[in-house]
Design a protein around this ligand. Structure first.
Ligand code: AMP
Length: 402
């Protein structure tokens, strides 16, 4: 069933310049306007919360009800290919963004006839496909690990002959949190691997012997001013982000390579919006780009409490053609994800958390069904030093377990 409440928007929409000048903020979209976001997950929810705090109305287009819809003023539940529903949605918003890259580009091509789409469609398209992304980054002169394009078993055999093992075969599109990836060892049967991946387009990556995984979140406004957060240090558990903290104790040269990569991506691809670049740090100090998320990122959730302006407020500012806010660190900060696994024995012990950790912030995304590996929320804590913040956020998460 399609729930369409966008009609209510018609009186509320604010006229805006569909193509604001990149040179100035003259066409800025101001509070009172309605901002569109496509996708109904937690990133859309946190965008909506930031936008509403800043006085905007929010319209969410999703294909099923989710965390974002609870915090929206208007909701369209419709297939993302349903451009008839889409046109009505676009005509009642002032600008549009997205909270996931797994969306049809045709939706944004139709939207772009009526409202600004930020970040732009080429950047979205590039980050939807690992081959386009790695190739685009390499052509832009950014450091990436060795890779090989695979469209057949013969390609896979040639790629393994070139890159060696261990290596990781990833579907070109659609994978996330380690899904759509197979690690190949010296004794792996390549025919079985190719069949198991079940795709006709993949990328083979040499296994990168990284010593650290870090990310940089960047926000670039319509005038070209770019601010960055981080580097943020990330640890994963079962391919899912587990703990992030900032600032990191890495040599100055490593930090500036990471920030430099984010800035170069922002400028090369003329991004207007927020994105995240995930990076591998090698033992010799090299920094290689792993992948890009063309939107706020899980590792940037710590900016809500840790920084002057959160990644979600920056998303609102950039979307509206306003200048970016300060990305200065307020206090060293750590974030720990809460996965559905923690709900296996029932509700976590929120009373204990509230009583024993009065300085820990919790965020829940309003998901009613807790599945293994599903991101249900996160905890954040600020301290005088990042390692103290990590220790406290982990202790707080343990206290939730009954
Ligand atoms: P991805 O979905 O590409 O971000 O991969 C998820 C995680 O798998 C990364 O955060 C790394 O921990 C690991 N990983 C991905 N690609 C590689 C690689 N080429 N070499 C080593 N580890 C990798």
């Amino acid at each position: 069933m399609t729930v369409d409440r966008t009609l209510e928007l018609s009186e509320l929409s604010v006229e805006c310049d569909a193509q604001p000048s990149p040179e100035c903020f003259a066409g800025a979209i101001l509070p009172g306007a309605t901002l569109g976001v496509v996708g109904g997950g937690q990133l859309g929810r946190m965008f909506a919360l930031a936008a509403r705090r800043m006085g905007y109305r929010v319209a969410v287009w999703c294909d099923e009800l989710g965390p974002a819809t609870e915090c929206a003023d208007h909701v369209l539940v419709a297939d993302y290919q349903d451009l008839d529903a889409g046109r009505k949605f676009f005509s009642n918003i002032s600008a549009i963004t997205f909270e996931t890259e797994k969306l049809p580009v045709s939706l944004f091509q139709a939207a772009a006839k009526l409202v600004p789409v930020r970040p732009g469609i080429p950047f979205l398209e590039m980050s939807q496909n690992r081959i386009r992304e790695k190739t685009g980054l390499q052509q832009a002169g950014l450091p990436v690990g060795p890779f090989h394009v695979v469209r057949s078993l013969a390609d896979l055999e040639a790629g393994i002959a070139r890159l060696g093992t261990p290596a990781i075969l990833k579907t070109a599109s659609g994978g996330y949190d380690g899904k759509g990836q197979i690690r190949i060892e010296a004794n792996s049967d390549l025919g079985d691997v190719w069949t198991a991946l079940g795709t006709n387009e993949a990328i083979l990556e040499a296994f990168v012997p990284f010593v650290d995984e870090i990310s940089v979140v960047a926000a670039r406004d319509a005038s070209g001013t770019c601010v960055t957060y981080g580097p943020i240090h990330n640890t994963h558990s079962q391919h899912i982000l587990d703990v992030s903290y900032c600032p990191v104790e890495l040599p100055e040269v490593v930090q500036s390579r990471a920030i430099g990569a984010a800035t170069k991506i922002a400028e090369t691809f003329a991004v207007v919006g927020v994105f995240c670049v995930e990076l591998f740090v090698l033992a010799d100090g090299q920094v290689w780009v792993n992948e890009i998320a063309p939107r706020p990122h899980n590792s940037g959730h710590l900016t809500i409490e840790g920084h002057v302006t959160s990644q979600f407020e920056q998303q609102v500012r950039c979307l509206c053609g306003l200048p970016v806010g300060s990305a200065a660190l307020v206090r060293p900060v750590a974030m720990a994800n809460l996965l559905g696994d923690r709900w296996e024995l029932g509700q976590p012990d929120w009373e204990r958390l509230a009583g024993e950790f009065p300085d820990v912030q919790w965020h829940l995304y309003g998901k009613t069904e807790a599945r293994r590996g599903r991101k249900m929320g996160h905890l954040t804590v600020t301290e005088d030093a990042a390692n103290a913040a990590v220790i406290k956020v982990l202790a707080a998460r343990t206290a939730l377990t009954r």
